[in-house]
Design a protein around this ligand. Structure first.
Ligand SMILES: CC(C)(COP(=O)(O)OP(=O)(O)OC[C@H]1O[C@@H](n2cnc3c(N)ncnc32)[C@H](O)[C@@H]1OP(=O)(O)O)[C@@H](O)C(=O)NCCC(=O)NCCS
Length: 193
């Protein structure tokens, strides 16, 4: 297979992006999601998860499927993790190197933001090295942890490492080094922080 094709005049042009559909992840997708995330987790770009963690969180995930009907080929994934009554986080967003730059990441973020809207949430957070990509999706960089002290105190009770990163706790600082904290407000605002 080649990544280029020839037009009628014989000129080389990039192969078109595969037709990709965005759908809810199924338990059967978990091993593909794990394989997609692992190389990014090894480079400390994404937080690693145990397999059991993926199964537990499978209902938070969307996948990008580039396979024909009945033959799934997962080329991207991303999850929306609810943190509070107005707030969620986009996490574990990963696109296969072979299709990066073809719009798959944007489709996944759009799908996750749609989910957030349908859940009645007004703000979505993410922690990332990919600032320019997220700015293009409407996020802006923020400082600190955008919740009231009483919500902060409640979130401290969570055992989730992603929540610890959101709270910027000392024990997860090595994971978040160099990452930017980003936020998008949906529908122009919503519940007060
Ligand atoms: C970040 C990531 C998800 C982007 O996915 P992608 O499918 O390559 O991105 P897309 O093709 O949908 O790009 C959408 C737009 O962002 C731009 N873009 C993508 N990556 C970019 C980057 N690193 N810097 C600047 N712009 C970028 C694209 O050019 C495109 O621009 P357009 O609006 O003019 O069309 C992917 O690179 C990835 O898996 N990275 C590793 C994991 C990671 O960092 N995840 C985020 C943390 S949760």
């Amino acid at each position: 297979m080649t990544s280029h094709s020839e037009d009628a005049a014989g000129a080389q042009r990039p192969a078109p992006a595969p037709a990709v559909s965005i759908r809810s992840a199924l338990p059967a997708d978990v091993s593909a999601v794990d394989q997609l995330v692992q190389p990014y987790a090894e480079r400390r770009i994404l937080l690693p998860k145990e397999m059991v963690g993926y199964y537990e969180a499978v209902q938070e995930f969307l996948v990008a499927d580039a396979g024909p009907a009945g033959e799934p080929r997962v080329v991207g994934c991303g999850a929306l993790h609810v943190m509070w009554n107005d707030l969620a986080e986009i996490r574990t967003l990963a696109v296969a190197p072979s299709v990066r730059g073809t719009g798959v990441g944007r489709l996944l973020v759009e799908g996750l933001l749609d989910r957030a809207r349908r859940l009645g949430l007004s703000r979505v957070f993410c922690l990332t090295f990919e600032v320019d990509f997220f700015v293009r999706q409407g996020f802006r960089e923020i400082e600190g942890t955008p919740v009231r002290p009483e919500v902060y105190a409640q979130l401290l009770r969570s055992h989730d490492d992603g929540v610890a990163e959101f709270l910027d706790l000392a024990r997860v600082k090595p994971n978040t080094l160099g990452n930017s904290r980003m936020l998008i407000e949906l529908n122009g605002g919503g519940a007060a922080v």
